[in-house]
Write a protein that binds this ligand. Structure first.
Ligand code: ATP
Ligand code: MG
Length: 139
């Protein structure tokens, strides 16, 4: 069962800006428990695999370059209704449309450099979590 878990990563812009700790604080204060966490950097190829669903979109090449441009902090998170509640916490893809108090409103700088990722379904949360973590890395 993956129902109460979601997957996130703090993106290169937010890590580079020194906002990792502030973002993790918001995540924990919102009631999410960190099940797994690491700091790593993707190659452009690996970023392309992660965002494969967007392969036909015009922004795909830029997205792969941006997501591999620096360190990221992937995490598996646990909470009741995790996927939907986390999407609410991060806010709209474009920070210009994100609600006050959301992580993207606070820390995103553009529609591309939008600080944080959040899975959009239980199925994708499971797939994306497995992309970065094995069972023995989950607590
Ligand atoms: P994520 O999947 O990262 O949580 P999302 O689900 O809000 O974001 P998606 O539509 O899945 O948005 O887009 C994936 C990522 O691609 C966005 O978070 C953003 O970094 C980038 N992106 C989306 N739309 C655009 C765009 N129009 N121009 C540039 N980059 C974009
Ligand atoms: Mg998405």
């Amino acid at each position: 069962m993956t129902t109460n878990r979601t997957f996130t990563m703090i993106k290169p812009d937010a890590v580079e800006a020194g906002n990792t700790g502030a973002i993790i604080k918001l995540i924990e204060e919102a009631g999410f428990r960190i099940v797994a966490m690491t700091k790593t950097q993707m190659t452009s190829e690996r970023a392309g695999q992660f965002y494969e669903v967007h392969a036909e979109r015009p922004f795909y090449n830029d997205l792969c370059a941006y997501m591999s441009s620096g360190a990221i902090v992937p995490m598996i998170l646990e909470k009741d209704n995790a996927v939907a509640d986390f999407r609410k916490l991060i806010g709209a893809t474009n920070p210009a449309n994100a609600e006050e108090g959301t992580i993207r409103k606070l820390y995103a700088t553009s529609i591309e450099a939008n600080a944080i990722h959040g899975s959009d379904s239980d199925e994708n949360a499971q797939i994306e979590g497995s992309f970065f973590f094995s069972r023995t890395q989950q607590f």
